[in-house]
Design a protein around this ligand. Structure first.
Ligand code: HPA
Length: 272
């Protein structure tokens, strides 16, 4: 984090506070192809404030197809339709600003979703996988630099970064969920088959280009995390055909109904 990070977070929080005083304790970040899920997760307009990223100080619009760029704030849950990626050339501070803002708004539980390539040979495209742990291969961390004095821990423990109780609850709500370790690469090229072999040997079951920075920051603020990946494709070299971003977005969208049911179930079980 840079020295001005807390100031940026405070300004983003003020932008939201100008539009709503709601303090949801749960937040959801929707990954590739899932932005539309927001429409099924939050109540109709009167009970929800929709804030375009352009209206939030410090945010810019996502530049990736399949990412919408709006924050929906309801009483029980805040939903981010679209996230920022390191591979877009953004700084790590830009990537994690939304999570720091949500924590400052009062969020205590963060559900992160993403699209991922399946390395585990038991996965099929369209599978939903609860993340049990991660391997950070992005080559950097958002926590490097001056510490966020407001609330961030300098050396957050990452032993149970993906909350065991939340993982269990997800499994109860959808017994068909698989589990696995997520490896984060910087992208934006998909991996080479040799890199997939390397990741498999390192113990990774899934590979993607997001999530880990957000989880590091959430844990530094003591926010509990659940991560759910959609296996949008078999990892490079496994399917006998090239990877295609459009396919990633399409498969992400095709599991929409199941993802909505899971996320809505989680919110209703977690809300106080
Ligand atoms: N690799 C990296 N990121 C991804 C993939 C992949 O195969 N699929 C979706 N996001």
């Amino acid at each position: 984090m840079q020295a001005d990070f807390r100031d940026r977070v405070d300004r983003a929080v003020s932008s939201v506070r100008q539009q709503t005083q709601r303090t949801p304790a749960i937040a959801i970040v929707l990954g590739s192809g899932l932005s539309d899920v927001v429409d099924d997760l939050v109540p109709e307009a009167r009970d929800t404030t929709i804030i375009g990223y352009r209206e939030i100080d410090g945010f810019t619009s996502p530049s990736v197809a399949g990412h919408r760029g709006a924050l929906a704030v309801a009483d029980d849950v805040a939903v981010m339709a679209g996230r920022f990626h390191f591979y877009e050339g953004r700084s790590m501070d830009d990537v994690v600003l939304p999570v720091a803002m949500l924590a400052s708004l009062g969020v205590r539980t963060l559900i992160v979703t993403n699209a991922a390539g399946g390395i585990d040979r038991n996965y099929q495209p369209g599978d939903l996988v609860v993340i049990t742990d991660h391997i950070n291969l992005m080559g950097t961390s958002p926590l490097i630099g001056p510490q966020d004095t407001a609330s961030g821990a300098r050396f957050p423990d990452m032993t149970d970064a993906y909350d065991p109780a939340l993982r269990e609850l997800a499994g109860e709500l959808d017994p068909g969920l698989k589990t696995g370790v997520y490896a984060a690469m910087s992208g934006p090229a998909y991996e080479t088959p040799a890199e997939i072999t390397m990741l498999e040997r390192l113990g990774a079951d899934l590979v993607g280009m997001s999530t880990v920075p957000e989880v590091l920051v959430a844990r530094s603020y003591g926010v509990r995390v659940l991560g759910v990946s959609t296996v949008t494709n078999l990892a490079a070299g496994r399917a006998g055909k090239p990877l295609d971003h459009r396919e990633v977005v399409e498969v992400g969208a095709s599991i929409r109904g199941r993802m909505v049911t899971l996320l809505a179930g989680l919110v209703s079980r977690l809300k106080v």
